[in-house]
Ligand binder design. Sequence first.
Ligand code: SF4
Length: 432
Amino acid sequence: MKFKLIYPKWTKLDRQTEFHLPPHGPVVFAATLPDFVDVHFTDENLEEIDFDDPVDFVGISMMLTIQVKRGWEIADLYRKKGVKVIFGGIATMLHAEETMTHADAVFLGEAEGRMEQVLEDFRQNTLRPRYDFIDDRPDIALVGPARRDILNRKLYNHKGVQMVDLVHASRGCRFNCYPCAVSYLGGRHFRPRPIDKAVAEMAGIDNNRLFIVDNSLAQDTKWEMELFREMVPLKKKWCSHPIEDKPEVLDLAAQAGAWYVYQAVFDTSDYIKERIRRYHDHGIGVEGTILLGLDDHTEDFIKRLIDFLLEIELDLAEFTVLTPFPHTKAWTDLSRENRILSRDWNEYSADKVVYQPKHMSPERLQELLDYAWSTFYRDEPQHIKMAKLFKQVVMKEMADNSFKPRDRSLSGRTFGREAIREDMRGTKEDGR
Ligand code: SF4
């Protein structure tokens, strides 16, 4: 059975340097498909979809709300040709009802152990419009190594340097932050994969640089430390979401190859200042993820926050505005207060104001978003800050001789600032 798996394109953050990482959702999903399925993957961000290519069944994998309208368009085109289409992925779960009107089936939840039945239904022509396993999560031990073989690796190189590979060691999150849908999507319970399986998968990835995409590693100290301990011999270099703020955990993370973290900076407290310093003391870089427009954010607060980010010497910062994605508390509250101004999902890019902020006009918040990017990168542009962060990983790799000569720019041709700057453009996750 020829199964075409499509990852719809979307427009990247306006002020963010554009680069493309290999997507994770589709390769994790592909690992759940039975052997008789011949998977052909298209990442529409990098390749045109060949609608004339004959296929038996189409799957559309959507991670972000800004992918959904394009996903629906693609499905409509295939269905007009008589090809059946199934949707899955995080954004399908957030937009299930609407997506069903463009689909033969939607798959909601985690796919491990479920796809044999779905494909059997397809073969018997008894596909159900909705496979809903949101509250019936499979055993996490069923998660196998992602099918990275379906990716066209050449596309994820930037000037000869391979992008980081994405991998996950756990699902779920015990926190329940205001703007986040993870508690709906993955549950409030932290669900770690068996460490030996997660580490074996990392070891098997033909790339020295990884992005561990777990929601937050700071969930369970014992697990986190054991994971890092097992990762030390791999000598991989990796970025991740937050690491727990304990000296013994940070020590082990550094030994395990922690390169940099994405850390939310939400106030100007001494706690945040010290938290960032402790990462830096352990040789771990920090990219701040800065969300503007919460109900306690005045114009003065936002300006003070940007000054603070410069003062604490964040390595990088990514600024977004509060966006009320469906199934978040932000969505519930702002809907109830009649403050949502647009339900055009193409506007839900996190760099467009789609709601009425509490202390200013939407236009003013939009201007302050621009002010944040411009002010933070005023004295040292983004590409220079990125180059510095990139240099850190090169130094770490050189220190343990783990860098790969296939990185053309590092193997002789050039190793100057230009090369680092160009290469670094691809080392961060797209979107949020
Ligand atoms: S923002 Fe991060 S820590 Fe908070 S609920 Fe979402 S995934 Fe968990």
